[in-house]
Ligand binder design. Sequence first.
Ligand SMILES: *Cc1c(COP(=O)(O)O)cnc(C)c1O
Length: 344
Amino acid sequence: MYFASDNSGPVHPQVMAKMAEANQGYQMAYGADSMMNEVRDRIRSIFEAPGAAVYLVATGTAANSLALATLSKPWETVFCSPVAHIHEDECNAPEFYSGAKLTLVPGTDKMDPEALRASILGEETRGVHGPQRGPVSITQVTERGSVYTLEELQALCAVAKDYDLPVHLDGARFTNALVTLNCSPAEMTWKAGVDAVSFGGTKNGLMGVEAVVFFDESKAWEFELRRKRGAHLFSKHRYLSAQMAAYLQDDLWLKLARQANENSARLADGLRAKGASFLHEPQANMIFASFPRAKHRQLHEAGAVYHFWGAELEGADEDESLACRLVCDWSIGSDQIDQFLALL
Ligand SMILES: *Cc1c(COP(=O)(O)O)cnc(C)c1O
């Protein structure tokens, strides 16, 4: 019963098989491998963006940091939610790679367009002395498991465009959001006004690959230089390409995200039926739920693994409600979910 995160699970067997297939003979290094050509074409076609620049890196932190560095200048500020991964969970790598700072748009989860506008208006007011306005970074699925609707994405991008600011989408869980919205990748990105996307793979069955996609090809060379200078250009790149090739073959990326979201819905329905409350309405594959300490204790004793959320198991009051985060990946079986619910 492993619900700690969607990066705790295994690599999908088809991805391992593709890596074994790629492990034959010789290939040019540094992204000049033949599989990367297929991957680039496939991503351009999936995003309906024939001119897009497409790159692979091994971590989401590298994807976000290098993308934001390419979209900003060291004297600019990046607008994001206070709970954004780039703020809370990347050890200042976005600031390190870009030289820019972050401006936190007040809120608790999804960014609100008017709050974004107020934050943008609050910067660039001190001439040469203050930060200049830079990119807006939106996370989809959010760090709290919420999914922006297309209208919400369009509204945020419209505010950014009012000030001529580029928009970055942190899509560590891009496909989980896509299958929730049942829309096209183009609708969730450039058609809404997104300029660059971190297209996640690791949390959805890969070993360690995220794509960075720029819809403006003129960013390509700068990104390549930044990736190399930032020590994220892999020499045996074919093994990154192979993972992404397997991911995109026969819609595996969509199948895995659908499975993860279905697993999460099964768990959320069960939690609801058992009287648990939710801190955020679950919309993809992450659940923030609250239920009594006594239940958490039983689950832990039976071997369930997950993170508490601003709470801890130790404590005397057995009836006290403790919040936790439960994440489902594609590989969690319904038997494990049902076992968890039965214990609850
Ligand atoms: C997991 C995650 C990332 C990427 O994290 P890495 O550990 O660097 O791969 C980025 N953004 C969000 C929202 C995430 O959940």
